[in-house]
Design a protein around this ligand. Structure first.
Ligand code: UD1
Ligand code: CA
Length: 463
């Protein structure tokens, strides 16, 4: 589509959120409300995106710049906020005279590109097209007043007559309108109404007065046009979004123990025959291969889990930028923790209370209980004993530990990095290893066991 300029209104205060944070920065599915709207706008490949900011403008602009907003996103400020018409008036200097303005609401996060395309089609580069929706309870919304197909006015709830308040077709806050006409009609707005505001919706009145065509497109999917005004509405919309997402996953064949108990805050890509138990949270970009099983109450962020791997209950994975990779057929958890840069090869086992950070484990390596592997390289079939740790940090710098193939590290060992345990070697339980060990050796570094026969324990002194 050529010549579409998206205008997003995001200057309002959001009083009912009772929050210090600007309303449009509250999160839904892990992303700020405004980010959802900007992403939807970007999908239309618009000529420009103009955000109107006011309350918390600095914070909102910073957040949008830091997100993956398109490069052609600009900002204009609306100070003070004198209504939606006044808001769009602030964008007039940056809007070209040709093309079409598509006006969106920064606090209506679930709008979809197809719906906006239909609105742009209805506009056709020449009409004023409004997105409407039928509501069982239209209280508070602007009513769409019609004469057959032709819309004659939008009347705000506070200004409506009893008869008009019975109209259930309301304006959603979305419109598409040729820039040239919009600019002319915005110049005619006044604030002689119940709220003493400049209503954007009054452009309808001016269009009708000029004999211009005004059409309303019905949005059959109410969720897409629902706004967030309060924490209750935000939570309701979150659940609705998550349920929809869960249904999409199930349609692809993913088996969810309970579609009401999964949260996806980013993207989740699943292969065939994936099973996900209750209470799991997925964040950032997560990929699950064929036959992967995720047990209950796992948190998985920025991770790739390859085919046939099984993640047991209460496992926490957070790949951040470096990512986490779990190889084919690996077993992780319960209660395991994989941090950025954990790279598990195929058939690796990571058991309860084991933490892995910035470490590569080759095929078949095992750390089954209570252990820490940081900044390390672990060879094939290594067995890393309960309670063992890599001492990777000397207080200033991190150092690497290399454990070659088929090494056995006993329980409760400390490997003081930098250090290398040679191939096939064994480290005796309770050892503190500070120097490299030769392949095939047994290394024990602990006090020798001694027993003193007939040892008498000290007694308490008599007073
Ligand atoms: C508006 C519409 C109403 C419609 C409803 C749908 C007008 C006059 N009325 O009403 O017909 O049914 O949306 O939700 O447009 N904003 C600014 N600057 C301002 C005022 C608002 O940027 O000075 C922004 C808000 O941040 C928000 C959007 O505009 O994103 C809508 O404002 P809001 O106050 O929610 O509009 P309503 O009064 O609900
Ligand atoms: Ca209002």
């Amino acid at each position: 589509m050529t010549g579409v300029d998206v205008v997003i209104m995001a200057a309002g205060k959001g009083t009912r959120m009772k929050s210090r944070r600007p309303k449009v920065l509250h999160r839904l599915a892990g992303r700020g409300l405004i980010e959802h709207v900007v992403r939807c706008a970007a999908a239309l490949d618009p000529r420009t995106v103009v955000l109107i900011t006011g309350h918390g403008a600095d914070e909102v602009e910073r957040a949008v710049r830091a997100s993956d907003a398109p490069a052609n996103t600009g900002f204009v400020r609306q100070e003070p906020q004198l209504g939606t018409g006044h808001a769009v008036q602030q964008a007039v200097p940056v809007l070209p005279d040709d093309g079409v303005a598509l006006i969106l609401n920064g606090d209506v996060p679930l709008i979809q590109p197809e719906t906006l395309r239909a609105l742009l089609d209805a506009c056709g580069g020449e009409r004023l097209a409004l997105l409407g929706v039928e509501l069982p309870d239209p209280t508070g919304y602007g009513r769409i007043v019609r004469d057959g197909d032709q819309v004659t006015a939008i009347v705000e709830h506070k200004d409506a007559t009893e008869a008009q308040r019975r109209i259930r077709e309301v304006y959603t806050g979305f419109m598409a309108v040729p820039n040239g006409l919009l600019k002319r009609w915005l110049g005619l707005l006044t604030n002689d109404n119940a709220q003493r505001e400049y209503y954007l919706t009054d452009v309808v009145k001016h269009a009708v007065a000029e004999g211009a065509s005004v059409v309303a497109v019905d949005c059959a999917d109410r969720l897409q046009v629902e706004g967030v005004n309060s924490p209750v509405q935000l939570a309701q919309l979150e659940r609705a979004y998550q349920l929809r997402h869960a249904e999409k996953l199930m349609e692809q064949g993913v088996r969810l123990a309970d579609p009401a108990r999964i949260d996806v805050r980013g993207s989740l890509q699943c292969g065939q025959d994936v099973e996900i138990d209750v209470g799991c949270v997925f964040e950032g970009d997560v990929v699950l291969g064929d036959n992967v099983r995720i047990g209950p109450n796992c948190v998985i962020a920025n991770a790739v889990i390859e085919a046939g791997a099984e993640i047991q209950a209460f496992t926490h994975m957070n790949g951040e930028a470096a990512g986490v990779r779990v190889g084919e057929g690996a077993q992780v958890g319960p209660f395991a923790r994989l941090r950025p840069g954990a790279q598990l090869g195929p058939e690796v086992h990571i058991g309860n209370f084991v933490e892995v950070k910035n470490s590569t484990l080759a095929r078949g390596a095992k750390a089954n209980h209570l252990a820490y592997l940081g900044d390390s390289q672990v060879g094939e079939k290594v067995n890393y004993g309960a309670g063992s740790i890599t001492a990777n940090y000397d207080g200033a710098n991190k150092h690497r530990t290399v454990i070659e193939d088929e090494v056995h590290v006993g329980s409760n060992c400390v490997l003081v990095a930098p250090v290398r345990i040679g191939r096939g070697g064994t480290v005796g339980a309770g050892s503190t290893i500070t120097r490299d060990t030769e392949p095939g050796t047994l290394t024990v570094a602990r006090g020798r066991q001694a027993s003193i026969a007939g040892w008498k324990r000290p007694l308490k002194a008599k007073k």
